[in-house]
Design a binder for this molecule. Sequence first.
Ligand code: URA
Length: 432
Amino acid sequence: VNFVESIARKRDGLPLEPEEIKAFVQGATSGTLKDEQLAAMLMAICIRGMSPAERQVLVEGMRDSGARWRIGEAFPEAVDKHSTGGVGDSVSLVFAPLVRACGVPVVMMAGAGLGHTQGTLDKLAAIPEFRTAGSREVALARLERCGVCFSAQSAEIAPADKKLYMLRDITGTVPSLPLITASIMSKKLAVGAARLVLDIKQGSGAFCKTAQAAQELGEALYTVAERAGASVKAMITDMEEPLGDRLGTANEVLASIEILRGGGDARLREVTIELGVDALVTAGRTPEAARAELESRLADGSALSQWELIVRAHGGDPDDARLARPRRTVTIVAATGGCLSAVSSEELGWVAVNLGAGRRFQGDGIDFAAGLRIHARIGNRIEPGQPIATLELGAREVDLDELKRRTQAAFSVGEAAPPVRPLVNRWLAARR
Ligand code: URA
């Protein structure tokens, strides 16, 4: 395969042959193709798209670029849950102990923050001494010990994605349906849980801003997972405003613990329960029985005990008094009164990143003390001067006036209340 010809074919909108896609993946993994050529192909794919057949070859090629853990063979009941990325979304931290407390093992490949979103991997890193699993042996040992394994991408799992993800992040080629599908599914299939629960985010804080984009991504992820033989459930959930009331790392761990203690933010709790229902349905429960079981595991403290067990099994300290706290806080108030009509969640995500909850450039550190707290929800009546958000400052030097201005501008106050949005927009697969 002459790779320059392959780039030119995709540039001109022609489909790639399976051999050309495999050469692309191999070149990314082995380093034999130059970054410039990989980036040119990524941009061509981003603009021209891929057919479902091309996409399938790309997913399988990326899956096979490293080891396959085949977790489903050792733990056929284990379920993997994935969110396509949003803000205030710490569902994974509640889902894992809660679903495990209902007797279903959970294996999760956690990712670092991408763009304006805060990743599960960065939230777990905020827990003192917590270590994710980077090999099959460690993953199996953790599942054996506590029924849950949080793993992170390593040189072992889908190394082609590691290279392409990094290039996409710096070449404006992240928002591409085939590239997102291949990136997510190559890692999921390499880990190899037999059951998969997908949360496709839609709205201002998601990568898919419209219902159509979310539907297309959901269908692509669903089709690839089903073709791989996984039992899969998928839903599209609201990301027009942050899911929970905190954006950050350590503060999102605290928000998750509040839910595990039986309280916490109602929206975060509800989406976690909905995804938990899907997980338990794949394990044979009815939706009604699943919901009742999940509610009771939150109420009786067993999900919280499970969390502590999981953190210890990952080498971490579950004492939440040791989580980083902000050095100081700055309250943002509403400039005008009315009804909160819209929130730019992506903008709030970027504010959190700039405060320290994310990376502004490759190699940037995370400030676990930094983040944002939301005090107003779409549809709330707002008085002038009422607190709408709190900036939580850590050690990073920031342009505070700019971040205050951006936070205030992210909240739109109007006359009338907007229509009520459902939290779960659509199920892509029947529950029964
Ligand atoms: N998550 C991933 O792992 N990859 C993407 O491209 C987007 C979200």
